[in-house]
Design a protein around this ligand. Structure first.
Ligand SMILES: [Zn+2]
Length: 119
């Protein structure tokens, strides 16, 4: 027989996929999430993808470069500011194509590049 398990108030059973990354990698919700989004947009006022094409378009959306559903992180290095059009196009392409085969390598490179640029 198993000993009784303590459940804090508000505890709900979670499905395995809801536990995959541990707390620090899950999307921040509520106030913390709003502060994070505002911070990214303050740091990157223009859409990163448009900027790469030489266009200055005001960013309005904070995007996860590697989607959380694909194991992406909710940390700063996996976030970029985009305009709505780029975000919609990126999301559509992600839905259509699914995760790339080298996703783990891409994720590692994103983090390494970010750490190199901020040190
Ligand atoms: Zn754009």
């Amino acid at each position: 027989m198993r000993p009784p398990v303590f459940r804090p108030p508000g505890w709900r059973e979670r499905k395995p996929w809801q536990l995959q990354d541990g707390r620090k990698d899950r999307r921040k919700r509520g106030r913390a999430g709003m502060r994070d989004r505002a911070q990214v947009l303050a740091e990157e006022p223009f859409c990163r993808l448009c900027l790469a094409a030489g266009l200055h378009v005001r960013a309005t959306v904070v995007d996860h470069i590697i989607p959380l559903a694909w194991g992406g992180s909710d940390e700063r290095w996996n976030k970029q500011a985009l305009c709505t059009a780029c975000h919609d196009a990126k999301s559509a392409a992600e839905r259509k194509n699914g995760p790339p085969a080298d996703i783990a390598r891409r994720l590692a490179k994103l983090k390494a590049d970010w750490l190199a640029s901020t040190s």
